[in-house]
Design a binder for this molecule. Structure first.
Ligand code: IFM
Length: 404
């Protein structure tokens, strides 16, 4: 039996664009229309149904919930801020509070207002000022009711998918531009971090807890050759630690999103080999999620131990599986909780666990096919159905006890 601390945060995460629906002022919306690849449409209709969704989260004994604010709703035109949309997010947060659920609020989760993307988005050096101005408006409106802030979700994924691999809007493939975007994300975070602290001081509120949600991955050499071990270590350093090392003095805790491992097998000596070669031969086989990502719970314990050096509390801001097999979902979830517990026994301070995601939702360029939710969504009726795995997780949330 594993018993987690009394004050542990238990819950799930979502992001505005993936669940709300009809975010028609966002760059992703425009990209969907231009490419015809996917269509987020009404998503889960969470914008209208949030109270019903939070009733479900409460019935599952969640005491925390991570959500994001949609910048393109708050500032649909440059410099024009919407009081109405701010009020909406205040209602959302108060609805959580009314259910004794701690809100963990993300300010940037991949999407941007169209006006920003039309003036070079995160490549524009002015973006730091724009982002700070938006954070200022949101934070001043919500500070009294929020303790935890995530400034930016998965900065490394954002700049690599949008500016190196060209998968996501604006579909750029340039290492040089990616580096500029990374620098602006670093600057954007640091400015927002300082600003949020300043606002709380001015308002005489208790210190907030501010972080990013950093995507981390277990890089495992597929053979013990020196080149594979070195490449795995390099990727860990660049992908997992690089961004954190640039901002760690401006973090109150570390938020991490962990899903999977990558089996590293270097096949050549170019930049793309170092950055991307993976083993295709299914050495060291493990089970996979429905997108083909390896399931590797022990990687979470290993990573938590590696992050101990920052001497900051860690919150698991995302961890989850897309699968049609709900037994596998529980196997995944409980195995990851076990590995968190093992790391905590070795002295890592973990403050909470947020499963990705509360409900099935719009999985970016993959559309609605992957099913990550604790709650199933029927997209033709928007009916919500709680999955069995969610009920098992609810027991852990209630008692803090994981039976293994
Ligand atoms: O859906 C995404 C989320 O937006 C960011 N983290 C990973 C999830 C699953 O791919």
């Amino acid at each position: 039996m594993m018993k987690f601390p009394q004050n542990f945060l238990w819950g799930a995460a979502t992001s505005s664009y993936q669940v709300e629906g009809n975010n028609s002022n966002a760059d992703w919306w425009q990209w969907e229309k231009e490419t015809g690849k996917v269509n987020s449409g009404a998503a889960c209709r969470h914008y209208e149904l949030f109270e019903q969704d939070f009733d479900l989260a409460r019935s599952l004994n969640h005491n925390a919930h991570r959500l994001s604010i949609e910048w393109s709703r708050i500032e649909p035109e440059e410099g024009k801020f919407s009081q109405k949309e701010l009020q909406h997010y205040l209602d959302v947060i108060l609805a959580l509070r009314a259910r004794n659920i701690e809100p963990i609020v993300t300010l940037h989760h991949f999407t941007n207002p169209v006006w920003l993307s039309e003036c070079r988005g995160w490549l524009n050096p002015e973006v730091r000022t724009y982002f700070a101005r938006y954070c200022n408006f949101v934070c001043r409106g919500l500070a009294e009711h929020v303790r935890y802030w995530i400034t930016i979700n998965e900065p490394t994924i954002y700049y690599s998918h949008s500016y190196i691999f060209g998968f996501w809007p604006p579909q750029v493939k340039s290492l040089f531009k990616a580096k500029l975007v990374e620098d602006n994300l670093v600057g954007g975070h640091i400015q927002a971090y300082r600003l949020i602290h300043k606002i709380y001081k001015e308002k005489n509120l208790p210190e907030p807890s501010v972080s990013i949600a950093q995507n981390v991955m277990a890089f495992v050499p597929c053979t013990q050759s020196l080149k594979n071990r070195l490449t795995a270590a390099l990727r860990h350093k660049w992908y997992n630690l690089g961004f954190l090392e640039r901002i760690h003095k401006n973090l109150d805790f570390i938020g991490i999103n962990y899903y999977s491992r990558q089996l590293v097998d270097l096949k050549g000596y170019g930049i793309s080999n170092f950055a991307g070669d993976v083993c295709q031969d299914n050495h060291l086989p493990v089970k996979k999620n429905s997108l083909g990502w390896d399931i590797y719970p022990q990687g979470l314990e290993e990573l938590l131990l590696k992050l101990k050096k920052f001497n900051l509390e860690i919150m698991i801001t995302e961890n989850g599986i897309c699968t049609a097999d709900d037994h596998l979902r529980w196997e995944y979830l409980s195995a990851h909780l076990k590995n968190i517990y093992l790391a905590m026994e070795k002295g890592v301070k973990v403050s909470g666990y947020l499963y990705w995601s509360l409900m099935d939702n719009f999985e970016w360029d993959k559309g609605f096919v992957p099913r990550f939710g604790l709650i199933d969504i029927d997209y033709s009726t928007y009916k919500r159905t709680i999955r069995e795995s969610a009920k098992k997780f609810a027991q852990v949330c209630k008692t803090g006890v994981l039976e293994v």
